[in-house]
Design a protein around this ligand. Structure first.
Ligand SMILES: [Zn+2]
Length: 278
């Protein structure tokens, strides 16, 4: 499942490639699951809209849409700009393609652009979601790369759940998933099963720094390509080669050579070093 660094990489690629282009027409497939807004609403919002920008909010890709002033004047509320919100779910991909490239199986939306290219949404497992909103979209939790250390520490105050589960809780922090939670906890020297409220001030400080480091390094590497993640140009990321515990069960810890352990917490696997993490 793409997490914050992968979604950031995709959003940056789309922003670079698509900003200023105009959506001429939209085709939507007949599978209902990916559409979180009514299909007619999505088509009305997208068709003839200019892509004013693309950014990441939590694990969502937010496409800002703008319209020519003549069109805006005919709308009742001219100040409101629509946004197209894409959540990639488990296997969703947004790909920029030339129209003569064969349409992949499990393609649920095709946006034909004035530049002659197409933006295609492909999602075999259909956990991805497409929606349009006409007000500023906000993710439910705090943005991990923008939150301050005090607010970060406050998120875990009196929380009885394991710290790993708290890091995955999207209403606390937006965008951290299994890979980056495990990697952050390793760097902070904190075991994943520890109760969130039991972390000391020093541990919370280390965890805060670790989360920022891990996410920024992963973004710089273009994300982690596990399973079938690729960015909007079809390129893979490279952060999987820098994972220190995630996916390394039984392999020696890179610091102390103790075999990395894998346990299950609330149905999700967690990887840690029993010696380096307390
Ligand atoms: Zn170790």
């Amino acid at each position: 499942m793409p997490e914050l660094p992968e979604v950031e990489t995709i959003a940056r690629g789309l922003a670079q490639n698509l900003t200023g282009d105009v959506i001429e027409s939209v085709w939507l497939g007949n599978k209902p699951e990916p559409l979180k807004s009514p299909p007619g609403e999505i088509i009305r919002a997208l068709e003839q809209a200019c892509i004013a920008g693309v950014r990441r909010v939590g694990k969502h890709i937010v496409v800002n849409l703008s319209r020519q002033s003549s069109v805006v004047r005919r709308q009742k509320k001219p100040k409101q700009q629509a946004q197209w919100i894409v959540h990639l779910g488990m296997t969703g991909r947004l790909l920029i393609a030339q129209p003569d490239v064969a349409v992949a199986k499990h393609t649920h939306a095709i946006l034909r652009l004035r530049s002659g290219r197409e933006l295609r949404f492909v999602d075999p497992r259909r956990f991805g979601r497409l929606a349009v909103v006409c007000h500023g979209f906000e993710a439910p939790g705090s943005e991990p790369l923008e939150v301050g250390v005090e607010s970060f520490a406050g998120l875990f105050h009196q929380r009885k759940t394991p710290i790993k589960s708290a890091l995955l809780n999207q209403s606390l922090l937006s965008g951290i998933g299994n890979i980056y939670a495990d990697e952050s906890l390793f760097r902070a020297g904190v075991r994943p099963r520890r109760r969130a409220a039991s972390l000391t001030r020093a541990e919370l400080q280390r965890l805060y720094v670790a989360v920022q480091e891990v996410l920024n390094e992963a973004i710089a590497a273009g994300g982690s390509s596990v399973s079938d993640y690729v960015d909007s140009n079809g390129d893979t990321g490279f952060f999987q080669f820098q994972h220190r515990v995630y996916g390394r069960e039984g392999e020696p810890c890179l610091v102390c050579r103790t075999p990395v352990k894998r346990i299950v917490i609330a149905g999700r696997s967690a990887h840690y070093c029993p010696k380096c993490q307390k």
